[in-house]
Design a binder for this molecule. Structure first.
Ligand code: ADP
Ligand code: MG
Length: 462
């Protein structure tokens, strides 16, 4: 298994993508590449000095822990500012395009013909962590898992196409890559294409612009197994739907295996041509749901073992109870806790964990809590009337709980300042901002306020 700077960084990026807000990730982490690993020092290349300082100031410990986890050993981070790019035409070459792709998707397209791949084994193009061995089967994914095993054992002969769908971070890409890795380990020189639908689109456009369409078509229509991730990307894109339609038909007619993943059922992809929707449902469709608590526990135990960390049962249970909707997030939380435990050697208690995972737990909470629920809980807790959440009454015993409620809405939901103001009796966004600041300031100095807010937050995100 290659332990190169790139494979480590790709795996780390995948974890970061799950931990961070998309805009944040895209802005700061997506453009970063890994240039080399020397002993325990991984050098990350950034676009400019500002980016280096910013990452150092804000994310150094996160980067260290995520990268250490990806490498399964403690890693230090160094930075280098990327040299100015050379001739842009170099980018067009397949080799560097593949490298860029690897960084982007943590797995490469394996064109698979002997001539293209040379002596390298195709497995290297996938994230080595995404295999059937590392996949925990639970009630939520049993069906999808079984279908993938069947397809991996007899590509093109059982379910074709196989269409997997389910929410973010629930294991679709993992299963898709597991199929690819299984086939490449068990067949002689299989031609396996693994790529995101977005990548397929970009390659198509590039081929179109460079007059290389015949080559593009030949490449994808002559695969033995085509694994396409995130086909919801086809939504509303007529031209690429047309192209994909023909690729699909060519492969299907030749009894070549197609596996697709999607974040929703095929018939819910907006603006997807009927002929594609129906084809996606021709073979087998299988959904992946959020894992139940047993599955979450099993996943945590398995991942902790892979990281060779032993965590108190209490902590594992805490994580399994608090993070329910996204396995990537669950894994991100475990990695942080494990890295913290390994790097500090400190005794872990629930309070430390809660602080450490504050943002992750808030992200998780955002899925479920409504403004109304927050207002109700806060009003109950301080024994004031629900109506006072939107009233104009100003005694401290009422106004401060109201401010706490605004603060919690801001923390636990995606509502904008002005929509929060609206929900609290038509206050303006400045009032909300002031309330949040007030609560934060008082939390700094008053233990009682910290306790109240902490308790409410816990209740609301449970
Ligand atoms: P999706 O593609 O559905 O958004 P991924 O396949 O990227 O999700 O999964 C997110 C993370 O969770 C990955 O690190 C993956 O290995 C892990 N994961 C998901 N489901 C399982 C499972 N059943 N067993 C072990 N790990 C899992
Ligand atoms: Mg995915």
């Amino acid at each position: 298994m290659p332990d190169t700077a790139q494979t480590i960084w790709s795996a780390a990026q995948q974890t970061l993508r799950g931990m961070l807000k998309t805009e944040l990730y895209n802005l700061w982490f997506a453009p970063v590449t890994a240039s080399q690993i020397d002993g325990d020092l991984l050098t990350l290349e950034v676009t400019d000095e500002f980016c280096e300082f910013w990452l150092k100031d804000n994310y150094l410990d996160v980067l260290r822990s995520v990268v250490s986890r990806a490498a399964i050993r403690p890693i230090q981070i160094g930075f280098a500012v990327r040299a100015v790019e050379t001739a842009p035409s170099a980018k067009q070459e397949t080799a560097s395009a593949d490298v860029a792709l690897a960084a982007e998707h943590s797995a490469k397209v394996s064109v698979g013909s002997v001539k293209d791949v040379g002596p390298r084994k195709p497995e290297a193009f996938f994230n080595p962590n995404n295999t059937f061995d590392t996949f925990v089967v639970g009630n939520n994914n049993q069906h999808a898992h079984a279908a993938c095993i069947a397809v991996a054992q007899k590509p093109g002969l059982t379910y074709n196409p196989l269409f997997l769908f389910g929410g973010v971070g629930l294991g679709k890409t993992h299963l898709l890559q597991a199929v690819g890795q299984h086939v490449s380990a068990n067949r002689k020189n299989p031609r396996i294409g693994y790529l995101s639908c977005e990548r397929f689109t970009n390659e198509f456009i590039e081929a179109l612009q460079n007059g290389l369409l015949p080559k593009f078509r030949k490449k994808y229509r002559e695969m033995d197994v085509l694994l396409i991730d995130d086909v919801q990307f086809l939504a509303g894109k007529e031209r690429i739907q047309e192209e994909f339609f023909h690729t699909f038909n060519a492969l299907h007619d030749a009894h070549k295996q197609i596996v697709m993943t999607c974040d929703r059922p095929a018939n819910e992809i907006q603006g997807l041509e009927q002929r594609l929707t129906s084809r996606f449902e021709w073979g087998m469709t299988a959904d992946i749901k959020a894992p139940d608590v047993e599955t979450r526990l099993a996943i945590l135990h398995k991942k902790a073992a892979a990281l060779s960390v032993e965590l108190p049962a209490e902590i594992i249970t805490f994580l399994a109870n608090r993070i329910r909707t996204n396995i990537r997030r669950l894994e991100g939380a475990l990695v942080r806790v494990a890295a913290y435990a390994q790097l500090t050697g400190k005794q872990l208690d629930i309070e430390t964990i809660e602080t450490l995972l504050r943002e992750i737990l808030q992200e998780e909470g955002k899925v479920a809590v409504s403004v109304g629920e927050i207002q109700r809980r806060v009003a109950d807790y301080f024994d004031i009337r629900l109506a006072d959440m939107s009233s104009k009454r100003r005694p401290e015993s009422i106004s401060f709980p109201r401010q706490i409620a605004m603060f919690l809405v801001r923390q636990l939901t995606d509502h904008s300042l002005s929509s929060i103001g609206d929900a609290f009796g038509g206050r303006d966004h400045g009032t909300v901002l002031h309330a949040c600041r007030q609560v934060r300031d008082r939390m700094e100095v008053e233990a009682k306020v910290r306790q109240d807010v902490g308790y409410l937050e816990k209740q609301l995100t449970r």
